[in-house]
Ligand binder design. Sequence first.
Ligand SMILES: [Zn+2]
Ligand SMILES: [Zn+2]
Length: 495
Amino acid sequence: MLPAETYEVEFFETEAIAPPRLPARVAPLPDEVLASWLLRFAEPFAVPPEHLLLGDGERDLATHCEWWRKPDPLLIAALARGTGQSTDTVRALTFADWPDDGRDDALPERFSRQRFTVEQPSRQTRRIGVCPECFSEDETSYIRRTWTLSWLAACPMHRVPFVRTCPECGAKLRLPALSSRDHFAPDRCPRCAFRLARAPSRLAPEPVLRLQQRVLEGRPAGIIDLPEVGTLSWPVAVALFDVLLGTVWIDTKPAARDQLFARIARDLNTEPLGEVADAYRGLAILAWMFEAWPMRAQAALAILRAARPRRQLRRWPNLDAAIRGPVEQLLFAAWPDESHPPERAWWRAWIDTLPETGEDLRAQAARERLPHRRVRLLAIADVRDGLPVEVADVIPRTLYRWIRRGAKGGLDAALERPRWHQLSEPQVMELAEWIATASPDGPRWRANRVQNEARRRFGVEISLHIAGRFLRKYGPWRRRKVLAKRRLTLAPVYV
Ligand SMILES: [Zn+2]
Ligand SMILES: [Zn+2]
């Protein structure tokens, strides 16, 4: 047959004989993805949706097994015709309007560990994550468009991390193929029929949901707005996410990673990030980094003892120049100083040889009853873990001062406040307790009484000025009111 004749025959078939217009009994549900709707639509006919709705010519346009993500306009028109829906309705079930090829939306578990550590990461198609809470509310179970986005971590509505693997048998959840004749039951595990609505769920932390929402809102237009970092195009954002997650997974030691994940879980105030929710963990790491950019990313590199950004970027030789530029700029701005100050060694040596680990110091901080010692212990614990001084929660100059004292006089010297008197902290506490026993209604004590007591108890001489300060600070008497000078209102000047 000549090509022209083929065309005529097909034209004749679609227009005059087949396919018959089907009753629009199955309307698309909110945020339903095209594949889910087609599977539901074809269900009562016991015919695969591809056979029911696509003619031979159209099937040629649907060769890729995920054609339903970005179908050809001719396919959309054919499906609209076959189902009695408008082309706009059909189009809304797809990602046809999203810029670029959508490969990053479809690759299984786009930001999970295996993308960075496995030579040939999985290319298995049609992988999905499902929300157990959505299923338990569904009258008719169906697959949402958002569930097919491989980088999404949690249900935007119920805020629970997606279930991507059957909790009962470990099968990876997938959308059935459109050539499938099987009964469509998305709420059940395809292997063991476990009811996915019963999968255990927990809440994802707020920062993770916030980052996800920003990406989700920006993705259709291809502009991702990350307030702490900047406004990025989708490909640049993906590349930045890749490089940052690469620093976590590539060439790092498991113990260092565990330390980082413990820190992230602590900062996000959440349970440990488990292996199970792998894609979720990727977004959680990013959310944690972006929450305090660039300090957290710097902290991650330090904890992981990872290579510097310049070297990290060399791991991605295939990045397009237009994408590499902005990513490079962001990373080099975050790590402006590639060299260490020359006097770095003197305190590093002390910190690194401390008998207490970061964990020990943190435990000591939890037991500590004096707040200023607690703060010092936590900051020193971070530096002990390898964090640069600039990354701690304290002003670097202050932290350097504490460490300098520690290097000279030992850990306890680093924890003590410099004193303007000769009393130790426990002695001050003792004196404070003694002052607090005074009756609030009795006459105010005189400073020399405190001065004498300090001499009697500890044999230490303090000045009257300091004794007076102790009285003001720890005494039960009401503070003397100092009357504020009232401002003098000037009379208007008449001329
Ligand atoms: Zn949900
Ligand atoms: Zn199962």
